[in-house]
Design a protein around this ligand. Sequence first.
Ligand SMILES: *Cc1c(COP(=O)(O)O)cnc(C)c1O
Length: 393
Amino acid sequence: MGKMIYLDNAATTKTAPEVVEAMLPYFTEFYGNASTVYELGGASKKAMNEARDIIADALGAQSNEIYFTAGGSESDNWALKATADAYRSKGNHIITSKIEHHAILHTCEYLEKNGFEVTYVDVDENGRIKLDQLKKAIRPTTILISVMFANNEIGTLEPIKEIGEIAHENGILFHTDAVQAFGQIPINVDEYHIDMLSASGHKLNGPKGIGFLYIRKGVKIRSFVHGGAQERKRRAGTENIPGIVGLGAAVKRAVTTMQERTSKEIELRDYMIDRVLKEIPFTRLNGDRHLRLPNNANFSFQFIEGESLLIMLDMEGICGSSGSACTSGSLDPSHVLLAIGLPHEIAHGSLRLTLSEEITKEDIDFVIETLKKIVERLRSMSPLYEDFMKKSR
Ligand SMILES: *Cc1c(COP(=O)(O)O)cnc(C)c1O
């Protein structure tokens, strides 16, 4: 394989070498079960507690409010299903947005089949949730509002503080899927009125298959996995100590490098967005121009199929994504792009490029030059484009 330019960091990230390094001793040296009394088990427990402290510190939370899970999807499932269950006597209504990750949307559909009612609030053309609609959706039976911190496809940051305030003024719990935002945006759970927050290791240069759910003290939430007494009896199973240590190391790294890393990414992101919009005609940026994740750009190129674009970029060593990896392989356009009002044909020609700190300006220049050539070539083969050009002559 020649040089690869990896621009799919919203799908997953490279595990940082120092994270791998921190994990290694917990496979072969300190392999004890954290629930045992002897010293070997104690080493595992100590490492786990340290990771919990690092994560709690990063969020302004208490250590005993952090529960380890197997990742973002599990945390989202847990937050929704277990609060629905615990607060059923109070009400059966949940509010979320139309642009959530499928870990939220499909869980909501499951809950709807089990007697819950869900309101899916609209977003505006930039992907920001409509707060007036959210307020109007509140009923006496509303038990939970779940809105993502930042969207995984178009990068838009949601007005989390305002949503948290609305939830708490109305005595409603507030959960946020912060899988994309955590590690890129400073988050304080008190400032944002967050009761539950989902995050995942592999989206922030940590290992795959480990994540956590923050649950504010006092929130009634049922156990998600029944069995042993791990995670304060709420999530049974022998702890994934290497994963937990890796997650702790990744969070520490993300917090200490955040300022420098994200300002560099924002600069390159904006450079790329400006050039692509200026140099490639019939192109639009999806998501808010400024209220977006530091590393996210999402474009739609008219008259083009996103999948063909991805394949041709791959042949040049460039990894990107059309919409989200979860929907790749299906021909339905992304629910997020439809929710911001894009017609099907434009949604189909979309490309998400998500940066990391390893990406350089030279990489971006190469990507832009390559994109220009590929878009031109694909358009030259497109009957739609030919028609359009004939008509506009
Ligand atoms: C990736 C992602 C998830 C799922 O996390 P996993 O750890 O892969 O299960 C959930 N929500 C958002 C917003 C994501 O980007």
